[in-house]
Ligand binder design. Structure first.
Ligand code: SAM
Ligand code: SF4
Length: 440
C-alpha cells in the first residue's frame, strides 16, 4: 500500500477539501502517514489569498524536493489555489511533479499512477525527472458523491457552493476557484445526513458567500432550514456571509431555528466608504452598521466576527481611523485582521499609491491591540455565567476544547468525551480563554 503525506494551508474550505482528497486517495488504496519521511507521495494543499501563504507553501515545497532528492521515486504534488495561480512555474522553478487545481482532485489517483511510474528509482548523480503532469481546467466541479473524511469526530462540514462571482478588487479567489456554483439541496442534505450517521453533532455549511446559494428555487435560508431539520443535528453553522446579501428573512430564520447557532461571520474589510468603494464591496459603512444592528436586534446573544484588511492602496490616516472607529462601535467578538497583500492579476493590483509596508504594519498592530482588548472584555463577560458547551477536541495544552453556540472557545480542565453537549459554569479566564467547570 502506498503512503501519502498531506500538508494543508489556508481557510476552512481547504481543510474541508483535504477531507475530499483523503477520501479519494483512501478509496484508491493509499494510506495516510503523519511522517513525511515515510511517504511515497508528498502532497500540499495550498492557499494563495495572500503572498505570505504562497511563499510559505513554496518554502515547504523546497523541503519536499530535498526529501525526494535524498530518496528518489517519490512524487511531489501541489494542489489547491497556488497550483491554479502559478501553474507550470511550480514544476519549472520549484520541482513539483504534479500540479492540480481545486477542480481536479477526482483525477488524482490516475495522475499519481502515471507520475509514479515515470519516476527514476535510483540515486542518479544527474537524476532524470519524469514529465510533470497538470490538471488545471476549471469546471463546474462540486465533488458531489464524494464524502470527505470529517475533520473531527464531533464537527463536520459540507461545501454548499464553490467559486465566487463577487470580484472584490483585492481578491484572487474568483480567479483561482472559478465561477460561483451551488450544490443541489438534496446533495447537501445527503452529505449532512451521512456525517450525522458517523456520529458528527455539528455541521458547518461552507461557501465563499453562502448567501449567494441558489439551487432549483432554494435559497440559503431554505437550505439552512432543511439541514437544521435533519434528525440528530445539534448545531448548524455557516461561513461566510457577504454583508451586501444579508436579509431580514435570513436573520429571522437564524433567530427562529434553535439549532442554528447565533453566530455570524460578516467581513467588514474597511470602515471607510471610499476604501469600500475601491474594494468593490458593494455596501457602505452605514448599510453595514444597519445590518449589524438588525442582526443584534433579531438574534439575542449573537456572536459577531469579521475580517479586516489594512493598508489597502491609497488608505489614508482618515480611512484607517474610520475602520478603528467602526471596530470600536461594533465590538466584534473576534476578528481576522490582515495587512493588504497585492495579488497580481486582481483589479487592485493596478491601484496606487501603495501604503508603505511599515505604515501598514503599524496600522495592523494598532488594530490588533484594539480588537484584543474587545475580545478579552467579551471573554471576561462569561465569568460566572452558565453556558451550554459542545466539546470539540482535546485542547493542545491540556484539558478539553469546547465552544459556546455563539462560537467562543472555552477550555474545560480534564477529559470530557468529544461530542458532549451540556451546561457548564464559566469560572475564570486563563490567558484570555474562558475556563469552565461543572454547572450545579
Ligand atoms: N469569501 C470570504 C469573504 O468574502 O469574506 C472569504 C474570502 S478570503 C479567503 C478571507 C479573507 O482574506 C477576506 O475576507 C479578506 O479579509 C482577506 N483577504 C483576501 N484577499 C486579501 C488580500 N489580497 N490581502 C489581504 N487580505 C486579503
Ligand atoms: Fe474574495 Fe470577495 Fe469573493 Fe470573498 S466575496 S471570496 S473576498 S471576491
Amino acid at each position: 500500500m502506498r503512503r501519502f503525506f498531506l500538508e494543508v494551508y489556508g481557510c476552512q474550505m481547504n481543510r474541508h477539501e483535504a477531507g475530499i482528497v483523503r477520501r479519494i486517495l483512501s478509496s484508491a488504496g493509499y494510506s495516510e502517514t503523519n511522517d513525511e519521511n515515510e511517504a511515497e507521495v508528498l502532497l500540499m494543499l495550498t492557499c494563495s489569498v495572500r503572498d505570505h501563504a504562497e511563499q510559505r507553501a513554496l518554502g515547504r515545497l523546497g523541503d519536499f524536493r530535498g526529501l525526494k532528492e535524498r530518496s528518489p521515486g517519490r512524487v511531489v504534488a501541489v494542489l489547491g489555489c497556488v497550483s491554479q495561480n502559478l501553474k507550470s512555474e511550480l514544476s519549472s522553478d520549484h520541482g513539483a511533479d504534479l500540479v492540480i487545481g481545486p477542480d481536479g482532485y477526482r483525477r488524482l489517483p490516475e495522475m499519481l499512477t502515471s507520475v509514479l511510474l515515470s519516476q527514476p528509482k535510483t540515486q542518479d548523480p544527474k537524476p532524470k525527472v519524469g514529465s510533470p503532469v497538470f490538471s488545471l481546467d476549471q469546471s463546474a466541479e462540486c465533488y458531489d458523491g464524494i464524502m470527505p473524511v470529517p475533520e473531527s469526530p464531533a464537527c463536520g462540514s459540507v461545501t454548499v457552493m464553490r467559486g465566487c462571482d463577487n470580484y472584490c478588487s483585492y481578491c484572487i479567489v474568483p480567479y483561482v476557484r472559478g465561477r460561483e456554483r451551488s450544490k443541489p439541496a438534496e446533495q447537501v442534505t445527503m452529505e449532512a445526513r451521512a456525517l450525522l450517521e458517523q456520529g458528527v453533532k455539528e455541521v458547518t455549511l461552507l461557501g465563499q458567500n453562502v448567501l449567494a446559494y441558489r439551487s432549483n428555487g432554494t435559497d440559503f435560508a431554505g437550505l439552512l432550514e432543511r439541514v437544521a431539520a435533519l434528525p440528530g443535528i445539534a448545531r448548524v453553522r455557516f461561513l461566510t456571509s457577504h454583508p451586501k446579501d444579508v436579509t431580514e428573512r435570513f436573520l429571522k430564520m437564524i433567530a427562529d431555528t434553535p439549532n442554528v447557532c447565533p453566530a455570524l461571520h460578516l467581513p467588514l474589510q474597511s470602515g471607510s466608504d471610499r476604501i469600500l468603494g475601491l474594494m468593490n464591496r458593494r455596501y457602505t459603512r452605514t448599510e453595514y452598521l444597519e445590518r449589524v444592528e438588525l442582526a443584534r436586534k433579531l438574534i439575542p446573544g449573537l456572536g459577531l466576527t469579521t475580517d479586516i484588511i489594512v493598508g489597502f492602496p491609497g488608505e489614508t490616516d482618515e480611512d484607517y481611523a474610520a475602520t478603528l472607529e467602526l471596530v470600536r462601535t461594533i465590538g466584534y467578538h473576534y476578528a481576522y485582521m490582515f495587512r493588504y497583500s497585492v495579488r497580481p492579476g486582481t483589479a487592485s493590483a493596478q491601484l496606487g499609491p501603495a501604503v508603505p509596508v511599515a505604515v501598514a504594519q503599524e496600522r495592523l498592530e494598532r488594530l490588533i491591540a484594539l480588537q484584543n482588548d474587545i475580545t478579552r472584555a467579551h471573554h471576561r463577560s462569561f465569568v460566572g455565567r452558565r453556558v451550554e458547551l459542545m466539546v470539540e477536541a482535546p485542547a493542545p495544552r491540556g484539558g478539553t476544547m469546547a465552544r459556546t453556540s455563539d462560537g467562543t472557545v472555552v477550555i474545560v480542565p480534564g477529559p470530557v468525551p468529544v461530542g458532549t453537549i451540556r451546561d457548564f459554569m464559566v469560572t475564570s479566564i486563563s490567558g484570555w480563554t474562558p475556563v469552565a467547570g461543572p454547572a450545579n
